[in-house]
Structure formats: structure tokens, C-alpha cells
Design a protein around this ligand. Sequence first.
Ligand SMILES: Cc1cc2nc3c(=O)[nH]c(=O)nc-3n(C[C@H](O)[C@H](O)[C@H](O)COP(=O)(O)OP(=O)(O)OC[C@H]3O[C@@H](n4cnc5c(N)ncnc54)[C@H](O)[C@@H]3O)c2cc1C
Length: 397
Amino acid sequence: MTTDSFRTDTRDWLEANCPASMRTPMPADEMSGGGRRARYKNPDTLLWLNLMAAKGFTAPTWPKEYGGAGLGPTENQILREEMTRINARPALAGMGLSMIGPALLEYGSDEQRAEHLPKIASGEIWWCQGYSEPNAGSDLASLQTKAVVDGDDYIINGQKVWTSGADKADWIFCLVRTDVEAPKHNGITFILFDMTTPGVTVKPIKLISGLSPFCETFFEDVRAPRKNVIGTVNDGWTVAKRLLQYERTMIGGGTGGGQRGKSLAEIALEYIGREVGQADGRLADQALRTDLINHSMNDRAFGLTVRRSSDESKTNTAPSFVSSMFKYYGTEQNIKRFELMQRAMGSQMLGWEGEGFAEDELTQTRAWLRSKANSIEGGTSEVQLNIIAKRVLGLPD
Ligand SMILES: Cc1cc2nc3c(=O)[nH]c(=O)nc-3n(C[C@H](O)[C@H](O)[C@H](O)COP(=O)(O)OP(=O)(O)OC[C@H]3O[C@@H](n4cnc5c(N)ncnc54)[C@H](O)[C@@H]3O)c2cc1C
């Protein structure tokens, strides 16, 4: 099929199948992560997920045998463009699609891929990430959760923290220590298990906002089959690092696509207005205008850099240490975006609840505060700068 006919077919299919309510901005509580325990506030969310999954479009670049559509980078880009054109919401998001799925494609056995990938692409299983521990965050390789062999299983004991969505997840991908004598990076194993396994306890961490997006996760004599080890025993660090590169590319926005929200300029014009008597209708705040233009140029340059890097790698699926640059720059841009929005909206973006604020203003306040975590999750900005210095620029330790 030529790229032109692929575009036409895709456009026609999206027009015919994307429900009208899936072409509107997505409220945070309607994001579809799938999973056995998912409850859909808007029934169109599930309809859209099922239609996209049946077409292989939830995981467009994955092979068809694993629930994908087998698209190459160019067709994938066309799909994104066509979805953006009609403002279509992503049908599925989460750590399955963007983190463990790609890691399984690279390091999983045929059996492991066949077992897990189709359930990720269809949205049947929600995954969580068991990396961080109370004494292992930036220094992740210091993790202490221990796994010892018992017959065909490992028995796992220990604690994870900041496990996003653990209270809703069906499965976890987890880093465990399998050799306590080896140097810290060499005694770690990457293993998967079902969150309903006896001995798994999840305690949501309540935030000041009242939400509990992440949890403490405890393991007490949890049995995980040895066949669920991904990669090689004691070499889980290799898989863990690669998965972090996928995660960082995703957090930094390096996977591209996404819905068109209102631009910063549109928001600023709405709240500040235009210069009086100006035929060209410029924003009536010169300092903010300059900062918005700079931000928008940087955004555009960043988007093109991500695209070029992806084109150069040809595969579009295996990021490298460059993912640290994307994570660092993309998240700093996102944080700046919300600060500029704050300047434009003023006190209308400081409301928490009550009258005097529109629903989307309250949403923006929460999104602005949430953006502060961008420079921490998936490895802090300082850690990314260390990686860029050592692994990208080749500076000495
Ligand atoms: C929203 C959110 C979601 C998360 N979800 C998950 C999840 O699902 N699963 C999971 O396993 N983890 C998750 N995390 C945890 C996250 O990976 C860690 O918070 C992060 O890696 C930092 O670790 P830490 O919190 O222990 O901070 P620390 O490592 O204690 O760092 C504290 C400060 O010291 C700085 N610092 C540390 N070491 C260095 C260094 N060598 N050089 C310079 N500065 C340094 C850091 O930059 C930071 O500012 C999540 C975190 C957030 C914020």
C-alpha cells in the first residue's frame, strides 16, 4: 500500500469509527489505561478502545501477531497526524504500552511475548512498575527487595514505594535482588507477577490533594514463577535501563502525537486580550508575548529534533541514552508551559474548588501542580544531566 492510500484509508476509518465524544479534550478521569478493574465513566471510551485495539492501532508499530498493526515509522507518523487532525483521544495509555510492552518485544522470549503483548494491546491488563524503594530512588541499583529460588518459583520479600497505580494494576514488572554478594548492578533480576498473588499488599499514599496516584507495595513470601524472569537472571539491570529509556522518551513527549489542546497563545488572548487599536491583534502584554514566542519556537525545535532522532534510528522503537535529553528538555518545557499559562490566567489558575472558577480552570490548576512531578518521575532532572554528561557527552565520572 502506498503512503497516500494508507493516509486515505486511515482518514476514512477514523472518520467512520471515532465517536464524537472521543474528539473532545480528555478529562484526566477519562484516560483509558485498561485493566481488569477499569470502570468507564464514558461508555465511548471503551467502545473507542475496542475499535482501535481490533484494528491494531493501540500499539500501531507492534507486529500483528501481538495485537499491533505492524506499521513502519512513516505509516505510524501518518496515523498520529490523522488522529491529531480530528483531535482524537488516544484510545489506550499506560506502562503496558509504553514501557513493559517495548521491553518485552526486545528482551522477552517468544512465549512471554505471546502471553503478555496481546493483553496489553487490547487493554485487558494494566501494569505497574516496581522499581523505587524507600532507600533506592536515584540510586536504584541499591534496591533490597530479595528473591530466592524455591523449586520452579522465586519467593519475594521486600517493599517498593511510589508504585503508580498499584492499587488498580493487574500485573507488576519488578526489580528484585537475586545475588546479594555480587556488585550491586550485577545481582538484580527483572521479573513479572500477578498483583493478586498471595503476599502482595498495596497501601495507597494519600496526597494533600486527596488523590492517591501512587502506593507503597509490600511483598511477603510472594511466589513468582521462574519462567517470568525477563532476560537473564542477575542481569535485570540491562532490561531495567532499557525500560527506563522507553519511560523517559514517553515522559519527555518523545513518542509524539497527542491531542491538540488550546495553544498558550489562545489561552493568553482569552484572559489578557489584544492591544487596543492594533490591527494585527497582538497580545496586550509584551513581556509575556516574547516569552510565549520563545517557548513556542523551542517546542517546535524540540518536536523536530525528536522526529529527526527517530528518523535517524530508523526503528522508531529503541531509544538510547538520548532519551535522557528528551526527558530532561521535554519535562522542563512542560513545566515552563504551565508557568506561562499561570501568568496568562492569573488568579483564575489558582482555584482549588468552589464557585468563581470554570471546570477547565480547576483542571489547569491541578495539571500545573502535577507538572512539578515531571522533573522527578522516571529519574530526576539532575540524574538525567548526569547521564547526558557521562553517556552522551563522554565527560569523565
Ligand atoms: C509522579 C511520580 C510517579 C512515580 N511512579 C513510580 C512508579 O510507578 N514506580 C516506581 O518504581 N517509582 C516511581 N516514582 C519514583 C521515582 O522514580 C523516584 O521518585 C525518582 O527516581 C527519584 O528518587 P527519590 O524520590 O528516591 O529521590 P532521591 O533519589 O532521594 O533524590 C533526592 C534529590 O537528590 C538529587 N540527587 C540524587 N542523586 C543525585 C546525584 N547522583 N546527582 C545529583 N543529584 C542527585 C535528586 O535529583 C533529587 O533532587 C514516581 C515518582 C513520581 C514523582
